[in-house]
Design a protein around this ligand. Structure first.
Ligand code: RIB
Ligand code: CA
Length: 319
């Protein structure tokens, strides 16, 4: 199985990404980064996840609590005060890996031939590791990340949360030369969990299915309150699904720059899709690329039905 590290900020959808990855990929570790909530809270949530899912063989390391340049920002309006509100989960007792996430990332990548990274939060840890030990870049075959978007944002009109929390870190990652699969909002909003998917999780009859259903009820509730739309888009599991079944998501190579100066576009993933006529499902033709050579593959379409079958089927594999 593909060796991976999940760098995350649990986070309702981060939790589902971990559950999906652990049954299909060789998860060498979970590294936490501040994002949806304070680093202490997202780290506690990562431990809660490995405990309820009986995944405590996977080491969890605590990472950066502050972005490289910007002041910290969290998302309690979406993920709640704990960062993973909804189900009542016991205070975790599993010990953390003693290393900081950045050191864990470097040590693990240097100790294995090829380790794929799956960042599902801000890119502070990954950027810091690349700066601290540049040699890891040639040992990481792929970064499959949730972040950015082809056309619009959620934190601002143009910037998606994971990128907007730490745009400078995202710039380091997108200019690293490491192959990137970018699962942005234009893609992940197609994987929208509604009451149908919540009912399917409940019907599994296992403890994990109930916990996931409770997570999704809370997540869909805050998304409705904040954005006025139904359902909770399962952003982070898309970055995992891309590695498990490459037929699920259609990617298109293009150049992606992270805007660091714009008054209205700071944190935007500026995707050069001038060669596309139409976007997403409406793509009519793909012409000659313009501008800089592609540095990423950007997700355009996902087979949501098969994605949910994979995800819910995997949740059914847990206790
Ligand atoms: O914009 C969505 C992303 O921000 C997801 O990763 C979610 O968990 C939050 O981190
Ligand atoms: Ca996340």
């Amino acid at each position: 199985m593909r060796k991976v590290i999940i760098d995350c900020d649990p986070g309702h959808d981060d939790a589902l990404a971990i559950l999906l990855a652990a049954k299909h990929l060789d998860v060498l570790g979970i590294t936490t980064v501040a994002g949806n909530q304070h680093i202490d809270k997202v780290t506690a949530n990562a431990l809660k996840i490995v405990e309820f899912a009986e995944l405590t063989h996977i080491p969890v390391a605590k990472g950066c609590g502050l972005p490289l340049v910007k002041p910290p920002m969290f998302a309690p309006e979406i993920h709640g005060e704990t960062g993973m509100d909804g189900p009542e989960l016991p205070t975790p007792t599993t010990p953390l890996d003693p290393r900081h996430s950045v050191d864990f990332l470097i040590d693990t990548v240097m100790a294995h031939d090829e380790v794929t990274l799956i960042p599902t939060g801000p890119l502070t840890n990954v950027a810091s590791a690349l700066r601290r030990e540049p040699r890891i870049a040639e040992r990481i075959p792929l970064i499959s990340l949730m972040g950015g978007g082809l056309t619009s944002g959620n934190s601002t009109a143009t910037a998606e949360f994971n990128i907007y929390v730490d745009p400078e870190a995202a710039h380091v990652v997108f200019s690293s030369g490491i192959p990137i699969k970018m699962c942005g909002l234009n893609l992940t909003r197609q994987a929208n969990a509604t009451e149908v998917e919540i009912a399917r999780c409940r019907a599994l009859g296992n403890r994990t299915g109930q916990i996931v259903a409770d997570l999704l009820v809370f997540f869909a509730g805050t998304v409705k309150e904040v954005f006025g739309v139904s359902g909770g888009s399962l952003h982070d599991p898309c970055a995992v699904a891309a590695l498990i079944d490459p037929t699920l998501i259609e990617f298109e190579p293009m150049h992606v720059a992270v805007e660091l100066k714009g008054e209205h576009t700071y944190g935007m993933t500026v995707c050069d899709h001038r060669h596309l006529r139409g976007i997403g499902d409406e793509i009519k033709s793909i012409g000659k690329r313009k501008g800089e050579a592609p540095n990423a593959e950007v997700g355009l379409r996902i087979d949501a039905e098969r994605f949910f079958d994979l995800l819910i089927g995997t949740i059914g594999m847990y206790p």
